[in-house]
Design a protein around this ligand. Structure first.
Ligand code: ATP
Length: 256
């Protein structure tokens, strides 16, 4: 479904590769967590997958189409097929839940309709349905600025779902949430993944979350893959030893 071949990314003015010679293949039905400390290359990888970041070398193929061959309009269509959720939610604080969710349709509608905010009954019903899916029915008309972090991320997920995507990509969607809320969001993502049969690829820096929810874990270090396999085969100790300091009492400290 999604193939990455010999992907290398080097940013201007940075002599180190953000990603170096990455080869990966993702199939429908996978729930993938990408682990790595800050600067490992996780965001760069996710941004390459939906064409927001151009590779320096290598190629990405989505459902048989090479992203580098696509014109801007075709690339927009691919982006619609890959719902995206973000660390800082990317919502408009003064607008309501449903107004924010409806922006998930922007890629499908004319600029004029988006500007004046005209929606058909069907579009409004679909928006209400996805809001219901993420458990926010009672908050449909509440402004975003009056929601908790976890509720905001639910809005972000609902907006992505309204695009009726085939894949869901997440760039650290729970890193600004507390552990309990992070678990609730991952439970919701897993339910949505099953119900809509979505390829799901989520960047996360919490190893325990990745192991609990993923069907496949990929670890990145300095732009290179250091692990790709089943969560039960993931060597947690080796990972911490590679990545993080150990307190004087022997406790291993997860990276932040
Ligand atoms: N616009 C940029 N210009 C130059 N270097 C960049 C740019 N964006 C990222 N980098 C570098 O590329 C490498 C990978 O960054 P990336 O943001 O993909 O990592 P990350 O694992 O997502 O980190 P974080 O968890 O902090 O978001 C880092 O060394 C970073 O400094």
């Amino acid at each position: 479904m999604l193939e990455i071949k010999d992907l290398t990314v080097q940013y201007k003015g940075n002599e180190d590769n953000a990603l170096a010679d990455i080869n990966l293949s993702f199939q429908k039905g996978e729930f993938v967590c990408i682990l790595g400390k800050s600067g490992a290359g996780k965001s760069t990888l996710i941004r390459c997958l939906n064409g927001l970041q151009k590779p320096t070398e290598g190629e990405i193929q989505w459902e048989g189409k090479l992203l580098s061959d696509l014109k801007e309009e075709q690339l927009r269509k691919v982006r619609r097929e890959m719902g995206m959720i973000f660390q800082h939610f990317n919502l408009v604080p003064r607008l309501s839940v449903i107004q924010n969710v409806l922006t998930g349709l922007f890629g499908y509608r004319s600029t004029f309709k988006n500007l004046v905010g005209w929606y058909t009954k069907d579009e409004l019903n679909r928006a209400k349905e996805v809001i219901d899916n993420v458990g926010l029915t009672d908050f449909t008309h509440r402004r975003i600025e009056r929601l908790s972090g976890g509720q905001k991320q639910r809005v972000g997920i609902a907006r992505a779902l309204l695009q009726q995507p085939k894949a869901l990509l997440g760039d650290e969607p729970v890193s600004s949430l507390d552990p309990g809320t992070s678990n609730h969001i991952f439970t919701l993502l897993k339910e949505i993944h099953r119900e809509h049969d979505l390829l799901t690829i989520i960047n996360v820096h919490d190893v325990e979350l990745a192991i609990r929810y993923a069907t496949r874990v990929i670890a990145l270090k300095d732009g290179v893959i250091t692990f790709d396999g089943k969560p039960e085969d993931f060597d947690n100790d080796a990972y911490y030893d590679t990545y993080e300091s150990v307190r004087s009492n022997g406790e291993k400290v997860p990276f932040t």
